[in-house]
Each structure stands twice: as structure tokens, then as C-alpha cells.
Design a protein around this ligand. Structure first.
Ligand SMILES: [Zn+2]
Length: 351
């Protein structure tokens, strides 16, 4: 009897909340959608979140730019390629307060952006797989993560800021985080906790000085090293060591190739510098030449993380602002010309 009463209560609550939700979306959509134009119809979209927002207030712009942040080391002495633990925490806090939310690299390139309405996606990457990216130690028979390594700081931030959607991609060479006995633990931990692993070539090879065999070899060797530990995980993103681009027609081997009967087909190839990159819905977005931003304040030649944050704040550079609905692309009317019109699986909303 008691159980039945509880079930009835739950059903009633669901029914009531369901009703009020659709009422709200209907009444609000009548007012906020007055100046919008949808170029594609979808009957099931009546209650989606986009229909509930006031475009002129939120000003979504899903053709604005996105920062792909590039980190290398976390260490005690700040320098060109080293961020201190406190400065890395400061970066995360600043991003959070300014309305940025982390997304996965593969979601960025595929345009599967789930960032909440009004917020701006940001991609976090680490190159070289140094020990200070992910250091563990054993205490009382348990493996503990160093709270001052990158993963330790990210995990801590994730707990205190669950809505930041904390994630990052670690681009690795053959020496994975420099603690050979813990490679298995670390790679599995990363996958189980929402991080991603990318290719930085086996020997940190400068691909601008390599022939096509060397390029494919060093990419495939790294896939072999990583897949020894995590068998079926697809290594389909590449950060070019030194930002070195394969010459001329050989660039294709940064994207795809094969060696030793192992083939690869990268979804994203990342360069080194210097600026926020295009929205994946932009007609000139190139997944094989994604720009990154130096996530530092030291020797960044006025194009570091904080310079771009200021430019976004001052509207000198226009950032991506989400409409909260991954099934739509919402843009101001003036951006229509730069939209990739080949995109078929999204509803386009202009205002
Ligand atoms: Zn590197």
C-alpha cells in the first residue's frame, strides 16, 4: 500500500512538472522567437531548450571562436613551457568565472557541443606526457594522485566545480608520464574519468623534417605503445611536435596513413599557436590545422590565454556562445555568410 502511494506520488509529480514545463516553453517561445528564422523544420523540436531562450538577451553565436588551450608542464618554477600548480588553478578558476566550460576535443571537431546556454566551450590539451602531467605515488598500499600534477589539479577542480565539465586531452610520446610501472593504471584512469589520449608521435619527431615513411612510422608506433595498455581505444587526434607540419603533399600523412599493417585516420590535427580557432560550423574550419592558444602568461608575445580572454571581453575577438542545444546552430543574422552550408544534421537558427 505504501509503495503504491509512493509510485502514485511520483507519477503525479512527473505529470505536473511535465505540464508546467511545456506550458512555459510554449508561452516563452511565442515571445522570444518572434525575430528568429528557422531554415529547417523538425516537428519534435517543440519543447527544446533553444525555444525557451531570449536570443537578444543571451546572444548565442555558434560561429564565434573557440580556444584550444595548449599546456606542457606543471611545475614549481613558472617559465615559458611551465605553469605552476597555483597558476594552473588560477587559469581554471578564471575560465570558470568568465563563463567557459570544458568540452572534449572530439566533440569540438565533430560539432557535438553540449555546452549550456550562454556559456563558451574551451578545449584543454597537454603535450609531451611529462610526469608532472600525471604523477602517482603509493601510500598504505593505495595509489594516490599527486595533488599538484595536472590530473590531480583537474580532479580537484572537477569536485569543486562539477558544472565546469572538466576534461582534457593528453598528447603522448613513447615515454608515458615517466613512471613505467604505472602506465597501465594512468591510461585506464584517464579513460574512466572522462579524459582523452592523443598522439604526439613516438619520439616527438619533427614532421616538417621527415619523409612520409618516418611520419607514418612514428605515428603508428605511438598508437602501438598506447594500445598495448588500452586495446580498443581509438587514437585519432594528433598534436604536431614543435608544430612541425609535414611538407607539401606529405601533409596528408599527418591525417591518415598506415605502417606495419596498422592504419590511422585522425579526426583532429593540432598546431602549436597562436589564436582561438574557428567554430566547427564555420565554412573554413579545417580539422587538420587546428590552432591552439598558449595557456600561459610567460613569453607569450601578447597572444597567450589572458590576452585572448581580454580580447573576448572587449569584443575585439568574438567568442562562441552556446544556445544550449546541440541539435541547432544559432547565429546572428550577420554570420550567415560564413556558415558551412554542407552541415545537414543541425537546425539553423538566425536572429
Ligand atoms: Zn611536444
Amino acid at each position: 500500500m505504501k509503495n503504491k502511494a509512493i509510485i502514485l506520488f511520483i507519477l503525479l509529480t512527473l505529470l505536473l512538472s511535465g505540464c508546467s514545463k511545456s506550458d512555459v516553453s510554449k508561452s516563452e517561445s511565442n515571445t522570444s522567437n518572434e525575430n528568429t528564422e528557422s531554415t529547417s523544420l523538425n516537428e519534435s523540436k517543440d519543447e527544446n531548450t533553444t525555444n525557451k531562450i531570449n536570443y537578444n538577451e543571451v546572444k548565442p553565436n555558434e560561429l564565434g571562436k573557440i580556444m584550444v588551450l595548449m599546456y606542457h608542464n606543471i611545475g614549481q618554477d613558472e617559465s615559458t613551457w611551465v605553469r605552476t600548480p597555483d597558476n594552473f588553478r588560477k587559469d581554471l578558476n578564471t575560465l570558470y568565472k568568465k563563463g567557459y566550460r570544458a568540452i572534449r576535443l572530439n566533440d569540438y571537431v565533430s560539432g557535438n557541443i553540449n555546452t549550456k546556454v550562454g556559456f563558451t566551450p574551451v578545449v584543454i590539451t597537454f603535450d609531451d606526457g611529462n610526469e608532472n602531467n600525471f604523477r602517482v605515488f603509493e601510500k598504505d598500499g593505495n595509489i594516490k594522485i599527486d595533488p599538484n600534477c595536472a590530473v590531480g589539479i583537474l580532479e580537484d577542480f572537477k569536485k569543486s566545480h562539477p558544472d565546469f565539465d572538466t576534461t582534457a586531452t593528453f598528447f603522448l610520446n613513447s615515454n608515458i608520464f615517466n613512471q613505467p610501472e604505472y602506465v597501465d593504471y594512468k591510461l585506464k584512469f584517464l579513460l574512466e574519468n572522462g579524459y582523452d589520449i592523443g598522439n604526439h608521435t613516438s619520439y616527438h619527431t619533427d614532421l616538417s623534417k621527415s619523409d612520409k615513411d618516418t611520419i607514418q612510422n612514428t605515428i603508428v608506433q605511438e598508437i602501438e605503445v598506447i594500445n598495448k595498455y588500452i586495446k580498443d581505444y581509438p587514437i585519432n587526434t594528433l598534436a604536431l611536435p614543435f608544430g612541425g607540419k609535414p611538407q607539401g603533399e606529405d601533409y596528408i600523412y599527418a591525417i591518415k596513413g598506415d605502417y606495419n599493417s596498422i592504419s590511422y585516420d585522425n579526426n583532429a590535427v593540432l598546431l602549436v599557436g597562436w589564436d582561438p580557432y574557428k567554430s566547427p560550423y564555420h565554412k573554413d574550419f579545417d580539422f587538420s590545422k587546428i590552432h591552439r592558444v598558449r595557456a600561459s602568461e610567460t613569453n607569450v608575445d601578447n597572444v597567450g590565454l589572458y590576452d585572448w580572454l581580454n580580447k573576448f571581453d572587449e569584443n575585439k575577438e568574438i567568442k562562441y556562445i552556446s544556445d544550449g542545444d546541440p541539435t541547432t546552430i544559432c547565429i546572428p543574422e550577420t554570420y550567415k555568410d560564413v556558415l558551412n552550408t554542407d552541415i545537414q544534421d543541425k537546425i539553423i537558427i538566425t536572429y
